[in-house]
Design a protein. Structure first.
Length: 464
């Protein structure tokens, strides 16, 4: 009658069982021991127990479904009362109420924490969910075995070789979830989407020291991989520092945008005030704020080139078109697929990065001059963005920007005042430089022996 003479059934095996109603019905094995097999019926979700002496009452699927077996005497089929006698107290407690509350999803944290290695991932067809990682933490289906009001309860995993785990009461809220709400293979364990911004706790080795440091930084999601992983880029830093994060294992390092970084905001506002005063005093320059909506770099450049930050969409589009037209020169600056990178950069509210800075210098034929509000705010020396010989030897009106908090650009123009009270009239008297249709910077770089990647290296140096 059955195809297995010994208890070789495993959790989640599909099967047919002979019920007390003298019919074969579909079921799923939820637990198997040396002497018993627990099966949950597909239709009623009722749990049946098949004992060693009744191995013939369980079979592989598709053999007996719907058949009656008249030669099986009724007394040979265990009734619920008989089952209660044959089971242990723990098993009786399980069977008495076979609702889903006896089946749970458990966050198994026994696996060693593993960093995401994209090179080990299987390349899957579009739309196919990657498999769960072999190591690390993962949600698994389980069955409660023993409830203990003081110590919690034990569970048996349904997807392994009779593995058990003790769940303390004080961890119920963090590691226990309703059955099959998190363990199913199609579940994605986060709500992050491409382009989302969040706070991430960056961990790094301190300069000139073996000690590790940490700091909350603003980040943007640049890739989502399966149900467990996201890749983020640190705002204002080179893409070489992008990192993968396991949303379960490293959840403590991921937080809602500004949840931690805005604590630095008050301090940075004070730095910006000092920076603005020093910039006006030492350089006769002032800052024109632009909207901090993810388009700030393109807004600031639009103000410098056209006098209107609202033209940022055109600046972004022209910049991406220029990079696409000169792919052979910009693709080496990127670690990722150039076409995908450029497609992403064309989207509004996606932050500009190092390659876009270089491209806009050539597009508008004006060098970049960036002042950073850092440290105590007193430094007004422009950042060193270019290696020697990267620009032609002629005076060209620069595109002046300010950089704040490692994540925001503003426009910088000459500072002018009027009257006894020195009223700021900088914006009213700001005169746009003549629009250049020349290609001096591009032609100079094209014939330079220096490679384009040196520019990116110089930006990485000031980010450190």
């Amino acid at each position: 009658m059955g195809n297995k003479s010994t208890s070789t059934w495993l959790p989640q095996d599909k099967c047919e069982v002979f019920t007390p109603h003298k019919l074969w019905k579909d079921g799923t094995v939820i637990k198997s021991t040396a002497s018993k097999v627990f099966v949950q019926l597909a239709e009623s979700h009722e749990i049946l127990v098949i004992k060693r002496q009744d191995w013939g009452h369980i079979s592989k699927p598709g053999v007996h479904l719907g058949q009656k077996l008249p030669f099986i005497r009724a007394e040979e089929i265990a009734t619920e009362e008989q089952i209660d006698v044959l089971l242990t107290e723990d098993e009786q407690s399980l069977i008495q109420d076979h609702n889903d509350e006896h089946f749970v999803d458990i966050l198994d944290q026994s696996g060693a924490l593993e960093s995401f290695d994209p090179f080990r991932q299987v390349f899957l067809a579009e739309g196919v969910v990657p498999p769960v990682p072999e190591g690390g933490w993962k949600w698994r289906p389980a069955m409660r075995n023993l409830k203990n009001e003081s110590n919690g309860f034990n569970v048996s995993f349904l997807d392994g070789d009779h593995e058990t785990l003790e769940i303390p009461l004080d961890r119920l809220d963090t590691v226990v979830a309703p059955y099959q709400t998190k363990s199913s293979c199609h579940i994605v364990h986060h709500s992050y989407q491409l382009g989302d911004v969040l706070d991430v706790l960056d961990e790094f080795k301190k300069k000139n020291s073996k000690d590790m440091g940490s700091k909350w930084r603003k980040c943007q999601v640049v890739k989502v991989q399966g149900p467990y992983y996201i890749r983020v880029t640190f705002v204002g830093w080179s893409r070489a520092y992008d990192q993968w994060f396991h949303v379960l294992q490293q959840n403590s390092r991921l937080a809602e945008f500004l949840q931690h970084t805005e604590k630095e905001l008050i301090r940075k506002v004070n730095v910006d005030d000092v920076f603005l005063r020093c910039l006006r005093k030492n350089r006769d320059l002032t800052v024109i704020p632009v909207e901090p909506d993810g388009n700030c770099l393109f807004r600031a450049v639009a103000h410098q080139v056209y006098g209107k930050q609202d033209m940022h969409e055109m600046v972004r589009s022209d910049c991406c078109d220029y990079m696409e037209a000169h792919k052979e020169r910009f693709a080496p600056l990127l670690e990722n697929n150039f076409d995908k990178y450029l497609k992403h950069k064309r989207e509004l509210k996606v932050w500009g990065d190092d390659p876009e800075l270089r491209a806009m210098e050539e597009l508008y034929d004006r060098p970049l001059e960036v002042y950073a509000a850092r440290g105590d705010g007193t430094s007004t020396d422009p950042l060193v963005l270019h290696f020697k010989g990267d620009l032609p030897d002629e005076e060209i009106s620069p595109i002046r920007l300010s950089f704040h908090g490692d994540n925001h650009y503003n426009s910088v123009i000459p500072f002018k005042t009027e009257g006894k009270h020195k009223i700021d009239v900088s914006l009213d008297q700001f005169e746009l430089p003549v629009f250049r249709n020349t290609t001096r910077i591009r032609n100079h770089r094209r014939h330079s022996r220096k490679k384009s990647k040196d520019f990116r290296m110089s930006l990485s140096n000031f980010n450190e």
